[in-house]
Design a binder for this molecule. Structure first.
Ligand SMILES: *[C@@H]1O[C@H](CO)[C@@H](O)[C@H](O)[C@H]1NC(C)=O
Ligand SMILES: *[C@@H]1O[C@H](CO)[C@@H](O)[C@H](O)[C@H]1NC(C)=O
Ligand SMILES: *[C@@H]1O[C@H](CO)[C@@H](O)[C@H](O)[C@H]1NC(C)=O
Ligand SMILES: *[C@@H]1O[C@H](CO)[C@@H](O)[C@H](O)[C@H]1NC(C)=O
Ligand SMILES: CC(=O)N[C@H]1CO[C@H](CO)[C@@H](O)[C@@H]1O
Length: 895
């Protein structure tokens, strides 16, 4: 998109100050000769707080003690940088500005530092700013081949302003014009600004420590803790979530809630091994070992606006199929069709809603993709059809790596791969060889190559003739490799052994994956490693849609910026531990920021054995994950919701029936994401950005603006501390209003109960639950109307065929209704009437919460008496309305 608009005036603050060398500061500190200010230090890889001077020297780092008991590293990377200075004046152009930089004089530890850089800022829209820094000369560097979509909005009146300084070194600031808040300021690390071939580093300060995001790592609080100098390495890796360890995906994206309640977010479009250190005082040190510095700023100003703007740039998630919002059951280690059946039957016996059954790798023949074991899973194709007849869909798994040990002519997947030349190659052009699930060695498909995509799509389509899957689940796509690098090891060179490696698990780039010098169509593995799952996701979605002819569900373990366009995400191989109930909320909230709203963790935990109580509580919490799946690891005891008997089964059923009751609302939230970029689940601070308490709440979460979930997350508890920001809140179960908003309240929560509250001002569409969404979709609709302080509320309902049409938004065969309650009157209007079935469906029930007493009710102008009022809570329940869904209506309450 061309930015033809005139650039607005910018304030350039050019302070030419002589270069002051902060010399000799280290004297008297007992330091090596490279004293660095506390804030400039990058902790030495391989060191820890217990590292002593001698071992620091062995690590080739600088030793310089500072105040004891602080998170400031005493052992740090030596001679990091000298910074850059600005050359000449910034050059304004229509829609942007360009600045030339020159490396400051002095020696550092890095080879191949760029002598001259160009900073190019593009004012892409009022809310979106791009700042990209590249070397002025030399061969082009790797850039992530991500499609950044054009903004709908112009840039006549940007919310931001850029300032450049040269005092004594170059730095820049991004400022929010309306408030003067400095959102991003590189002054703090001027000297640390390094742009070497394999080490790029920038430090910037933030306007607030309310910072959320950056992944994928296990995070123990949604809001970052800046007191601990925590370092988050990013490099896709198959590793269970554990501390700050780099895990499956790479999401260099964070959101800041400014102190006045405005919000902005920043995406760093870089896929190389990298790290973020959250430094005391509220700054971030960023290091990457390749690519370019390419920042996108999204100015909000509301928290939801940041996600809307970000997902407008990287793409939004497609609508999930309706059944994809139903309950899903899975385990690794069914090991036989009898065990799979037993779990399905237990779920049915207890009448627990169940929409999707999964197969994991144990359904495969010797763990070969696109097969099933005809002995242990004898009759699987027929069983899948049997499930479908009950309205239960089937999703199964594919791993990327392909066995090379099958007799020629017996395994088309491999043979065709050879013919089509689909593999990742070694530097010498032969295929990279590793070891994953199949017994024989494997080759790794290069999903960045066109011929691999074609091969994969073909196989997925053909696979549907064998097993009639409805969705696919792609795992191990970091890519995981059980041997480090390659069966031949990795050659010693600057890609496999770069001068600096972020503190990633295993210590080397090829640990548990491919050699960094392997070659793919999109570049060397060194650059494209963390894009492996991202490259695999789109062809998987295309193949699945072509195979089923319908909207599909694709679930990917590894993700990158923008993965949400193609895939949902489960939170990996989490543990059956109580702490993980809490962490799963954090992961899910993060992925909603990352534009992957369909996410959730494995209910009851993946690794280790759960306990009945944990599974009961997790079943309640998981009933409110957008992606609600119970999944378990091999060799653990079963944990499907029917396994533990009636108590666990009953409360899981109860919670899931509430989920199913609210599915039209949840589905509508996905529509609002798809069309507008809203989050589906969100933290309280999205709605109450100036509420200091809300900024730290990460044990409760909301569905949209309408439903607050306050699950019990701890063992042995029958109550929960829940915070209610100052607003109106109504108990979901009986409409009782929370009497003391603005406070933390102790809510009773016996084992079979999950506290849920409807937020005043919202209208939530509902539909009576059944065992499957297929059945529930035939039931009458209802509305839960919770009024705000002004006795008003709004809501929307999006509905369509649920996924028989891949993209009903494009086709137009969907239904959209708007609901508004104000001045005593509920008005329903139909904004889009493209789904013909709606004429056969009825709106039957209203639950009206928070209304003042009234005398008479009229429906479409006629008196209506079929309603009850709960004497204790004031909730009004209107019954048997039988209003055709395709027609507008009014319901009036007359005082
Ligand atoms: C330290 O530097 C020496 C000389 O360059 C090198 O041989 C050694 O491997 C380095 N040690 C570490 C831990 O990087
Ligand atoms: C479970 O629910 C069933 C059916 O509603 C009921 O009969 C049974 O008593 C419940 N059992 C427990 C332990 O809650
Ligand atoms: C209620 O109305 C007042 C006056 O119009 C307005 O300031 C306030 O924001 C409204 N409250 C809600 C929750 O919309
Ligand atoms: C509210 O409704 C009453 C009738 O119930 C009507 O007389 C009045 O004009 C309405 N007020 C507004 C602001 O719509
Ligand atoms: C360990 C845990 O309970 N939760 C983590 C599960 O994994 C995701 C990443 O995939 C983390 O974000 C969660 O915190």
């Amino acid at each position: 998109m061309a930015h033809r608009l005139r650039m607005t005036a910018l304030a350039y603050l050019l302070v030419a100050v002589a270069l002051i060398v902060p010399a000799a500061l280290g004297q008297g500190h007992g330091c090596d000769d490279d004293y660095q200010e506390d804030g400039d230090r990058t902790g030495c890889p391989g060191s820890s707080h217990d590292t002593v001077e001698e071992s620091c020297h062995l690590l080739n780092c600088t030793w310089c003690p500072t105040v004891p008991d602080t998170p400031i590293p005493w052992c740090y990377v030596s001679k990091v940088g000298v910074g850059y200075v600005m050359v000449g004046e910034p050059i304004n152009s229509p829609g942007g500005v360009r600045v030339e930089l020159q490396r400051s004089a002095g020696r550092t530890r890095w080879d191949n530092e760029a002598e001259n850089l160009v900073l190019e800022a593009e004012f892409q829209s009022n809310g979106r700013l791009r700042v990209k820094i590249t070397p002025a000369t030399g061969p082009p560097r790797f850039e992530v081949p991500i499609e950044i979509l054009p903004p709908a909005e112009g840039n006549q009146d940007p919310l931001y302003e850029l300032q450049f300084e040269n005092s004594p070194l170059f730095s820049f600031k991004v400022i929010r014009k309306a408030t003067g808040t400095v959102l991003f300021d590189t002054t703090v690390g001027q000297k640390n600004f390094v742009y070497a071939d394999q080490y790029l580093s920038l430090t910037w300060s933030l306007p607030s420590e309310n910072v959320y995001g950056i992944g994928e790592n296990e995070q123990t609080s949604f809001k970052h803790d800046f007191s601990a100098n925590k370092r988050y390495p990013l490099w896709a890796r198959d590793h269970t979530p554990e501390g700050t360890v780099n895990i499956y995906g790479v999401q260099p994206y964070y959101t800041v809630l400014e102190t006045d309640g405005n919000a902005h977010s920043v995406a760093l479009v870089n896929a190389n091994a990298q790290e973020f250190t959250m430094r005391p005082g509220g700054s971030i040190n960023y290091i990457t070992i390749g690519g370019v510095l390419d920042f996108y700023f999204f100015l909000g100003p509301s928290p939801e606006n940041t996600v809307q703007q970000y997902t407008e740039a990287v793409g939004r998630a497609p609508m999930p199929p309706y059944w994809g919002l139903g309950f899903q059951l899975c385990r690794y280690g069914y090991d036989s069709i009898a065990n799979m059946r037993a779990a399905v039957d237990r779920t049915e016996q207890y009448d627990i809603p169940h929409d999707v059954q999964y197969g994991d790798i144990d359904i495969m023949l010797r763990r070969l993709d696109f097969t099933y074991d005809p002995v242990r899973f004898n009759g699987l194709p027929e069983y899948i059809r049997e499930l479908k007849a009950k309205g239960i869909k089937f999703v199964t798994i594919l791993d990327p790596a392909i066995s090379i040990g099958e007799p020629p002519g017996s395994y088309e997947t491999f043979d065709l791969g050879q013919t089509m030349d689909v593999w990742v190659k070694r530097a010498d052009g032969t295929p990279t060889q590793g070891k994953v699930w199949p017994d024989p060695p494997v080759y790794f498909p290069d999903y960045s190559s066109e011929s691999t995509k074609e091969w994969w799509i073909y196989l997925i389509k053909e696979f549907h003739n064998l097993l009639e899957y409805d969705g696919l689940w792609i795992d191990m796509n970091e890519p995981a490799n059980f041997i480090d690098g390659d069966v031949n090891g990795c050659p010693g060179n600057s890609l496999n052994s770069p001068p600096y490696v972020p503190p990633i698990f295993g210590g080397t780039l090829w640990s548990f994956t491919l050699c960094a010098d392997s070659v793919q169509a999109a570049g060397v593995h060194y650059d494209v490693h963390s894009l492996y799952g991202w490259f695999q996701s789109e062809p998987t979605l295309i193949g699945t849609q072509e195979g089923t002819g319908k909207r599909a569900l694709v679930l990917s373990r590894s993700t990158f910026l923008g993965s949400g366009r193609w895939a949902a995400h489960w939170l990996g191989d989490n543990f059956s531990r109580w702490s993980n109930l809490h962490f799963s909320i954090i992961g899910m909230l993060q992925y909603n920021h990352f534009g992957v709203p369909l996410s959730g963790s494995d209910i009851c935990g993946f690794n280790d054995n759960t306990t009945p109580e944990m599974c009961q509580r997790w079943g309640q919490l998981g009933a409110f994950y957008p992606f609600s799946r119970n999944h378990n690891a091999i060799f653990n005891q079963d944990q499907d919701p029917g396994y533990f008997g009636p108590a666990v089964a009953n409360s899981t059923r109860t919670a899931l029936r509430i989920r199913y009751n609210l599915l039209p609302y949840l589905y509508t939230l996905f529509h609002l994401h798809h069309t507008r970029g809203d989050t589906v689940v969100r933290a309280l601070w999205h709605l109450f950005p100036t509420d200091q308490v809300a900024s730290g709440i990460d044990k409760q979460f909301l569905w949209g603006t309408g439903l607050l979930i306050s699950a019990v997350l701890d063992e042995g508890q029958t109550s929960v501390q829940a915070y209610f920001p100052d607003s109106r809140w109504f108990n979901y179960y009986d409409g009782m209003e929370v009497q003391t908003p603005g406070q933390t309240v102790q809510l009773q929560a016996p084992l079979d109960y999950i506290p849920l509250h409807v937020h005043g001002g919202n209208i939530l569409p509902t539909q009576d639950p059944e065992r499957t969404t297929l059945l529930a979709r035939n039931n009458p609709f209802g509305l839960i109307i919770a009024l705000d302080e002004n006795q008003s509320a709004q809501g929307t309902l999006f509905y369509d065929d649920g996924g028989d049409t891949i993209d009903s938004h494009t086709v137009g065969n969907y239904y959209l209704a708007e609901y508004e309650f104000s001045n005593g009157t509920l008005t329903g209007t139909v904004a889009q009437n493209g789904y013909a079935e709606m004429a056969t469906k009825r709106l039957d029930t209203l639950r009206l919460m928070g209304h003042t007493p009234f005398r008479l009710m009229y429906v479409n102008g006629n008196p209506w008496f079929d309603y009850t009022v709960n004497g204790a809570t004031g909730e009004v329940t209107v019954l048997h309305l039988q209003l055709p869904m395709n027609l507008a209506f009014t319901v009036r309450c007359e005082p």
